[in-house]
Each structure stands twice: as C-alpha cells, then as structure tokens.
Design a protein around this ligand. Structure first.
Ligand SMILES: *[C@@H]1O[C@H](CO)[C@@H](O)[C@H](O)[C@H]1NC(C)=O
Ligand SMILES: *[C@@H]1O[C@H](CO)[C@@H](O)[C@H](O)[C@H]1NC(C)=O
Ligand SMILES: *[C@@H]1O[C@H](CO)[C@@H](O)[C@H](O)[C@H]1NC(C)=O
Length: 363
C-alpha cells in the first residue's frame, strides 16, 4: 500500500519499486509464518533468515507462561561491559533476565557465548554440566577469516547468532526501515569527493591493492590509524562532506556487510562504493541504486572515471538518494538489541537448526 505512489515514474524509482516488491513478498512470507507463532516485534528490514520458514530442526521447549527466561552472557563482548536495555523496548515480548553473573549458570535457560572471547582456549568455554533444557548460543559478528579456532565450537551449540541471514538469530550490522510517510531527503552539503576510513591496513589485502590502483586516477582521503584522524564524535560530520565513501570489507563472505556500509557510508549520507560479497548479495539488503559496486567496473580506472562523471552531474548523483524517499537506514544499538533478539528468539522461534559442525557451516 505504501509503495504505489503516483510520483514513482523515473527509472530509478522503478528499480526501487521492484526492490520493494521483492522484499515485500519475502517479508510477507516471513510475516505470515511468524504470525502463526507469535508477534514478530517491530518491522525490521529485511532480516529474513529463510531457514526459519523451510528447515526442520529441533523443537524449542515452550517456555512456561509467566516465567522470565534467564540469559547468561558468558562474557561481555570483547570483555567490555555494555549497557543492557529492557527487551520490551524493542519487541512485544516478555522481558528476559539478562546477566553476566556466572552464578546464574545452572539456572540459565540460555548461555550466549561470544566467539572471540573464548576461541583462544577451550577452557574459556563453559565447563559445567548443563541442564537438559539449557541452550547454548554461539554469537559472532566477525567474518570467518577473522574467527580463529572455529573447530573448538563443534558439537556444543544449539543456536547460532551472527550477521549471516541463515543464522537462528540474525543480527545484521544494519537494515532498512520502511517509512510510513514519504520524506524529502536532503543530501548533506558536499565539498569533497572520496573518503575511506581504515584501521587495519594490510598491504597484501584485496582492498589495499584495489585502493593502490584507484588512487592513480582519483583522489582518496584516508582516515584511521596511520592516516588522518577521525574522532568518533566528528566522524559523521567529516564523512558527510564526501560524495562517496569506500565501504571496503576486510574479507569477502556472504552477508558480511558491516558498519562500513551502514554507519560510515549510509549513516553519514555518502554514497557507498562497496567491496565485499557480490552485488546480488548487497541487493538482498539494499535497493540496487543505493550503492556502487566495484565489480560494476572492469578496472579501478573505470570506477574512478564513473565517480568523476557523477561528480560533475548533480542529477545522476542525486539518483543514489531516491530510495531514501521511502526507506531509512538503521543500525542496532550495540549490543543491547542483539541480546534482546536472543530473548525474542527463545520465546518466539519454534524450531532451530542445531548445527553440530559449526566450523563447516561458518565459512
Ligand atoms: C551474582 O549472583 C549471585 C546470586 O544471585 C549473587 O549472590 C552475587 O552477589 C552476584 N554477584 C555479583 C558480582 O553481582
Ligand atoms: C544442545 O546441543 C548439545 C550439543 O549438541 C546437546 O547435547 C543438547 O542436548 C542440546 N540441547 C538442547 C536443549 O537442544
Ligand atoms: C517534498 O517536496 C515536494 C516538492 O518540492 C513538496 O511538494 C512536498 O510537499 C514535499 N514533501 C514533504 C514530505 O516535505
């Protein structure tokens, strides 16, 4: 109902329309499915783990009505205590008791184990016996290339929680929300061309090599350690001055699309130039005219030329913002929403996958 406005006529709009329709159909299928079980919570976009609807799996023990589930955070992610929020703020569900106090281990209905904090030593994993109904949730937002010792995790976990769409608990770095009213998005004032913020500079990496080619043909301003400083509180205002932002992922894996796209580029109103999984994968999360993919061009020189053309052609540049009439990028409040998604899944999801060979699955 919200997408068939009379003003949707230009080619870019019809792309958006196709995207919205495709997403709508998928969303509808999931919605219909979730409605059969329980309230799905707020309308997140797109966030649709297809396995929810198709794969048989283990049946969840139905939680007793009235009893609040306890979720133990085996560690704080990366050892850093973070704010917790009431899950009723995010979802129409019963709240969970979320704690990092290990005295609760024997009583916990679920234990969230954050990969990076336990992967260097098997003994860092929970050792005590678990009750028959206790579920262990493997939690990881890093890519397989940066997730050591995945083999340690085999035959331990009941649910997966990651950026992969086929996780039991899908926790992406960002998503689009559909606006209830169309908006006139105003593009931030632009005075510069291409920015890239990079903290992990490895000369042998695909992205640094690609940059090495690109910079021969176009000026790229680099921020991050060993480069221009980008203080957290100024990040948005600095990056928003750029027409383009290089959202180059550190490794290429399906669905591995991070805050480089959601926060640095889309969050600051710069057009993302992405290096990551193939274009089709991005299009599961974004309209096709919301970003530029390096694979759209045979060479870095071709990309540079295209960016320079757009720089001189305001009308074509503006087309990269048309999707914002109906859609708004959004990011999770780290890490509170992630934990609450687990709380929701434990109550709502009827079946989960149980992947014994985790290392084989997470590639
Ligand atoms: C952990 O929980 C136990 C049992 O509820 C309590 O006695 C203890 O004080 C808690 N520890 C901390 C550090 O909060
Ligand atoms: C969770 O997985 C472990 C390891 O595969 C298994 O022994 C246990 O029965 C499972 N628990 C539940 C509640 O599914
Ligand atoms: C958007 O801009 C158009 C044309 O400038 C105007 O007619 C319309 O009222 C604006 N819509 C909103 C929501 O501001």
């Amino acid at each position: 109902k919200m997408i068939l406005g009379p003003h949707m006529r230009s080619p870019a709009c019809s792309h958006l329309l196709v995207f919205l329709l495709a997403q709508f159909i998928t969303a509808f299928c999931l919605f219909a499915y979730v409605r059969l079980t329980r309230d799905p919570g707020p309308d997140l976009w797109p966030g649709l783990p297809s396995t929810l609807t198709t794969q048989p799996g283990n049946k969840m023990a139905t939680p007793q009505i009235g009893s609040e589930l306890t979720i133990l955070l085996w560690t704080w992610p990366f050892g850093q205590r973070t704010d917790l929020r009431k899950c009723t703020e995010f979802f129409d569900i019963q709240d969970c008791h979320i704690t990092a106090n290990r005295s609760w281990y024997h009583k916990a209905d679920a234990v969230i184990v954050h990969h990076r904090d336990v992967c260097y030593n098997r003994k860092a994993l929970p050792q005590g016996p678990r009750t028959p109904s206790q579920r262990w949730i493997w939690f990881n937002l890093e890519s397989p290339s940066h997730s050591p010792n995945l083999g340690f995790m085999d035959h331990l976990f009941n649910l997966t929680m990651s950026y992969r769409r086929d996780s039991d608990i899908f926790t992406p770095y960002g998503w689009l929300e559909v606006l209830s009213q169309p908006q006139n998005f105003s593009i931030p004032a632009k005075s510069k061309l291409v920015a890239w913020a990079v903290s992990n500079w490895s000369p042998a990496s695909h992205r640094v090599k690609y940059y090495g080619e690109l910079k021969k043909y176009i000026q790229v301003d680099i921020y991050g350690s060993h480069h221009m400083p980008l203080p957290r509180d100024k990040q948005l205002s600095i990056l928003s001055q750029y027409k383009f932002y290089l959202a180059f992922e550190n490794s290429l894996h399906e669905d591995y699309i991070t805050e480089k796209l959601w926060k640095n580029a889309l969050g600051s109103g710069a057009v993302p130039v992405v290096l990551g999984p193939p274009r089709e994968n991005y299009e599961r999360f974004l309209p096709s005219d919301a970003f530029i993919h390096i694979d759209d061009f045979p060479t870095a020189q071709g990309l540079a030329q295209y960016l320079q053309e757009l720089d001189k052609d305001q009308v074509r540049y503006q087309r990269y913002f048309q999707w914002r009439t109906w859609l708004k990028p959004s990011e999770p409040p780290f890490w509170a929403l992630h934990f609450c998604k687990a709380c929701q899944a434990l109550q709502v999801t009827e079946r989960y996958q149980s992947i014994p060979a985790l290392a084989k699955w997470f590639q």
